[in-house]
Design a binder for this molecule. Structure first.
Ligand SMILES: [Cu+2]
Length: 144
């Protein structure tokens, strides 16, 4: 409310403060046939003037989707991932990631996973993430 008010005064009422989310470079890690889990990585950029939060995710390759972060080699679930105004958050091996749990089938390079990200203010954003062979970070990833 206050932000909107200040914004409208500063911008002579033309623009209200709002987030503008863009997702790019999404990919999912290829996993061995025995693995029931994988992870998705991407860059989430907020080009808007207000922060937003990633609050949920879904995908068509696994039964469960969680937002995770890796701290000191261990993964833990996070409830929400803040995307501050005018900045970007990188989901990458060893850091934040979207965890795909109970895969419907093993993921092979060249396939695509459809991921739906749900933001608090921006709503749902769908991305197509190609499956790629991961580089590094794998070791951390499997130490659950
Ligand atoms: Cu994880």
């Amino acid at each position: 409310m206050r932000k909107a008010l200040i914004g409208s005064i500063l911008l002579t009422g033309l623009v209200f403060a709002q987030p503008k989310i863009e997702v790019k470079d999404a990919w999912v890690r290829e996993v061995p046939p025995t693995s029931k889990m994988s992870a998705a990585y991407m860059v989430i950029e907020n080009k808007g003037s207000e922060a937003d939060k990633l609050i949920d995710a879904n995908n068509n390759a696994s039964k469960i989707t969680e937002i995770h972060e890796t701290v000191e080699g261990k993964m833990r679930r996070v409830k929400a991932l803040e995307i501050p105004a005018g900045s970007k958050v990188e989901l990458k091996p060893g850091g934040y990631h979207i965890m795909l749990i109970n895969l419907n089938k093993p993921l092979k390079e060249g396939e695509k996973v459809e991921i739906t990200l749900k933001f608090e203010k921006s709503g749902e954003i769908k991305v197509e993430a190609p499956v790629k062979k991961g580089m590094g970070g794998m070791h951390h990833h499997h130490k659950h």
